[in-house]
Design a protein around this ligand. Structure first.
Ligand SMILES: [Zn+2]
Length: 257
């Protein structure tokens, strides 16, 4: 059985993989995880991301963006870097962008400004956005409402909301990025996911974070996406092969590759 599994959100350039990055990527590819979409965080990681693309040109697809928890005093310079990078070469999404009120509420205003600004860039380049949302559903939805349209689309990464919030995200042309949280006992989304058609779901690990059960609490890696696949196969009562096929097709629609 040859599966093509797409990890739509993995930080392969993370320092957590410095010791064994090539082995880790090979382990994933051996399992059929052969498409990796790489979210940006801030300019300090750009060099490592470009290196990754050079090392794995047929497997790695880069995004560009400023992560909401990295929207600090220097955010204007960081946004300029995002703009320059987008103008300089091909990227497959603007991400990860959004609002995070878990780590810092005091930066809500500049986070919102950076989010909106980067949505404009995505529209300009006809790219999807990849949204990071933590304790900020209302704030994010408010922005999406003001920006909605055919030119706004993408992925709600690490979706952890309610069924109602899932429907709302989908109404803004967002796919739901489902990862390790779906395997958690208290993750909640597994209880209603089967009410969301598979056409709206993409797979992700968010590695090195959010390891699925039974690796919860340990370093996550893209090969572990199999555990998410297995969980979705249970939830939807659909074969592993079909989950892989449909979610990879969905990822191709979003990223246009
Ligand atoms: Zn991430």
């Amino acid at each position: 059985m040859t599966l093509i599994i797409t990890d739509t959100h993995t930080h392969l350039y993370s320092e957590a993989f410095d010791e064994d990055r090539d082995d880790m990527i090979k382990r994933a590819i051996a399992q059929g995880v052969s498409r990796f979409f790489i979210p940006a965080i801030d300019s300090t990681y750009t060099k490592a991301m470009l290196q990754l693309k050079q090392d794995y040109p047929n497997h790695v697809y880069l995004m560009m963006g400023l992560h909401p928890t990295h929207v600090k005093d220097n955010y204007k310079e960081e946004l300029k870097h995002v703009e320059e990078m987008l103008a300089s070469r091909k990227f497959y999404a603007v991400g990860e962008i959004g609002i995070d009120l878990y780590w810092d509420k005091s930066t809500l205003n500049i986070q919102t400004e950076a989010f909106k600004h980067q949505i404009q860039l995505a529209k300009q380049y006809k790219l999807p956005i990849v949204i990071h949302c933590r304790e900020a559903f209302n704030e994010i939805f408010e922005v999406l409402e003001s920006e909605k349209g055919d030119d706004l689309f993408g992925i709600f990464h690490c979706f952890t909301g309610t069924l109602e919030q899932a429907h709302k995200a989908i109404s803004y042309n967002m796919k739901l990025g489902i990862g390790g949280v779906a395997t958690f006992k208290n993750g909640k989304i597994d209880q209603f996911l089967n009410e969301i058609p598979l056409e709206h779901i993409v797979l992700e690990t968010d590695s090195p974070y959010l390891s699925p059960v039974p690796y919860r609490g340990k370093r996550n890696e893209s090969a572990y996406i199999i555990k998410v696949l297995e969980k979705l196969s249970d939830i939807y009562n659909v074969s592993l092969k079909d989950i892989a096929k449909v979610t990879t097709t969905n990822s191709k629609k979003v990223f246009k590759i």
